[in-house]
Design a protein around this ligand. Sequence first.
Ligand SMILES: Cc1ncc(COP(=O)(O)O)c(C=O)c1O
Length: 373
Amino acid sequence: MTHSLYHIENTSTIYSPGLVFFLDLIRQNLARTIELAGSVDRLRPHCKTHKTREIVQLELAAGIRKHKVATLAEAELLASCGVPDVFIAYPIVGPNQRRLAELIRRYPNTRFSVTVDHPHSLKTLSQTMSLENVEVDALLDLDVGQHRTGISPGPEAESLYEQMLAAPGLKAVGFHVYDGHNHQPTLAERQAAVQVLMEPVLRLRETLEAKGVAIRRLIMGGTPTFPVFARMDIPGLECSPGTLILHDHSYSSKFPDLSPFVPAALLLTRVISRPTKTRVTFDLGYKAVASDPPAGKRLVLLDVPEYEAILQNEEHLVVETPAAESFQPGDERLAIPTHICPTVAMHQQAYVVEGGKVIGTWPIVGRDRVLTI
Ligand SMILES: Cc1ncc(COP(=O)(O)O)c(C=O)c1O
């Protein structure tokens, strides 16, 4: 299978629909991420995109010691790879608090941190950590406009941070600032939006520091505003993009300034039927590609002329193309997913291609909700 970026010499070992990782491109994206951040110390990549041990190991080999996750299973995956610093960017509530304590006990060489954004979860987390006789680092989650989690930077946030400082079993270490709503098309617009959101964040930091409280860590953003945060000279700043390492069609089409990054995880699909003269059906249903983008926009098929996706079921993708008659059942194509993170989580394994050859498979370990704890 030949495409300028995505050559695979022999596809006979790839069962379709198959997730394919192009290792050379992953390495390239990783190198560019570090270059843009300025140093590995300013980076805290999010594991949610790839959820694999092998990519964590590539990041560790590149010197990245600080990592971010969304789930306790991803946290366990990272700790089991020997990552020394794991930030769980998620409010931990209910029995997951006891589970977190177990994780901390099981992996003494990893320092874990979590977010806090509410006095009640702070209280229960502090009680559980104390009861379990462990300590966890905590970052105040600041809501800077997405209104998903967090507390608005201001007097209430200041008070919550002071409660965190006093809470047994917790060590307050800084702020988490995620601006997942900043999807402005131009870099200049994203720059302006970040400037606005940073003002109250830095004011809160100054207010607390004036009281003698050091805010050592500021964990900022995802991929779209990574180029903005990466240029900022703010003490303790860490950038936490996730998607960049594999990249996808959504970000590469929306944000032209991210052009140094290339989609590195694709789907291999085969024609299974040609029901009419103008229709081709592929084995690429929405159980193999994330369906959060609207139907018809969940992927881009490479090398299918002038096609329109007209139907997608669980295991079928039907397209109309004037070139339908040139397709035979069994023909192979590659597709770039629109949203890579949930797409990866739908696959048990990724086929890994290096130098045009399939060199093996990597299990998507972190797709499971529970590993061992
Ligand atoms: C809290 C948090 N940080 C970082 C990221 C990474 O963002 P991106 O996918 O834009 O790289 C996400 C993505 O959902 C997130 O929720």
